[in-house]
Write a protein that binds this ligand. Structure first.
Ligand SMILES: Cc1ncc(C[n+]2csc(CCOP(=O)(O)OP(=O)(O)O)c2C)c(N)n1
Length: 360
């Protein structure tokens, strides 16, 4: 409790914005929003003159609090769309902008695949092959961002294969060959199986890549039916992806190591050229996998500055470990951060000047 003229109920990140913008206000910060602690809320509401809810997106807490019969202001002043910022809150509460506002003027820092991510080489290759890529939901969705720029649609979990089937119906046979659906192992098992069955049934000649990184990476590395472990970490039945795909009627099934760029390009080109449904399963564990011994870190790589011509080809991978030197004695060359490099070898494979190699 602070000043009781204003009381704010909030949760998660918006709490920080409330503290920054309304430092004097009393705040009830909830750790658990469902079910709501109604007694705690009633007690807090009774102590303040005016009650607000500050939450992102839909009025989730607001509606429940109103349903308790407690008058509260929320979405009347706070936007329903997008993430909040201190600036948006200041506007909502009619407060002036501070004179020095450095935090909100930071450059954009888009999310990126991790160094060593097994998805990177696949998207680099899809970009090279100018494929029409229907995307799905997972870490690989980041493949739409530059410099990989290799995803053309993304709707929801499981949509990639259905989108690919649909697109085949409106393109010429030659253009159909460029259609590739990408989907993670977890998303495929969640809602991709029916899409693939439908694709085969409807004779759509698209190529599907199942990106099997042995885990549900994006949401926190949970196990899934292809990993062989339950969420509690107990060993369990492990679905055999090639067998499952075969049972759905796919005749052309290829298994691939996505860290082998030449092989990835060759197999992708072959399957894209095929006028039949085909599935490529890439097999490489996520670098952040929790189970011990599944991911093995390789040698750290370094750039030989004598051999580096500054051609920037390695920058097209968008690997956070590769740093472009814009000034200083290494100006105009790329270097590799040894703390971040996992030794995946992809950058070594794209360097035409043999300037990248394992650290001696
Ligand atoms: C319907 C639905 N449920 C859950 C989620 C949350 N979610 C986002 S990504 C993801 C799974 C990603 O796993 P996977 O497809 O294996 O890709 P990875 O991140 O491992 O590359 C989930 C469950 C969602 N976006 N939509």
């Amino acid at each position: 409790m602070r000043d009781t003229a204003i009381g704010v109920i909030t949760s998660g990140v918006p709490y920080q914005y409330v503290r920054e913008v309304l430092p004097e206000a009393s705040v009830l910060k909830l750790g658990m929003v469902y079910p709501l602690p109604d007694q705690l809320i009633r007690e807090f509401a009774a102590k303040v003159d005016k009650l607000y809810v500050v939450e992102e997106l839909d009025p989730f807490m607001e509606e429940q609090i109103k349903a308790l019969g407690i008058p509260v202001t929320g979405k009347d002043i706070i936007p329903i769309c997008g993430e909040l910022t201190p600036g948006i809150l200041r506007k909502a509460f009619n407060l002036p902008e501070p004179e020095k506002n450095t935090v909100e003027k930071l450059p954009g820092r888009p999310p990126n695949m991790c160094p060593g991510c097994p998805h990177r080489g696949v998207f680099y290759t899809l970009n090279q092959l100018k494929a029409y890529v229907t995307g799905d939901i997972g870490c690989y969705t980041l493949g739409f961002l530059p410099p990989l720029s290799a995803m053309d649609t993304c709707v929801c979990m499981g949509a990639s294969i259905g989108n690919a089937t649909g697109i085949t119906k409106v393109l010429s046979p030659e253009e159909q060959k460029k259609i590739v659906a990408v989907i993670g192992d977890s998303t495929f098992l969640h809602s991709g199986i029916t899409g693939l069955l439908d694709m085969v049934y409807n004779k759509a000649p698209a190529t599907v890549i199942i990106l099997d990184n042995r885990i549900t990476a994006m949401t926190g590395r949970q196990e899934n039916p292809a990993s062989g472990y339950t969420l509690m970490g107990e060993e369990t039945f492990q679905v055999d992806l090639p067998q499952l795909v075969s049972a759905l009627g796919v005749k052309n099934i290829r298994i691939l190591d996505p860290l082998d760029l030449a092989e990835t390009k060759k197999v992708l080109q072959e399957e894209m050229d095929r006028a039949e449904p085909s599935v490529i399963i890439t097999q490489r564990p996520c670098v952040l996998i929790k189970r011990e011994g599944v991911f093995k870190r390789g040698n750290t790589f370094e750039v030989d500055l004598e051999l580096c011509t500054g051609c920037r080809a390695c920058l097209k991978l968008g690997c956070p470990a590769i740093i472009w030197q814009a000034e200083g004695e290494k100006k105009g060359k790329a270097t590799i951060d040894p703390q971040l490099c996992t030794g995946c070898t992809i950058c070594e494979q794209v360097c035409k000047f043999n300037a990248i190699g394992a650290k001696k």
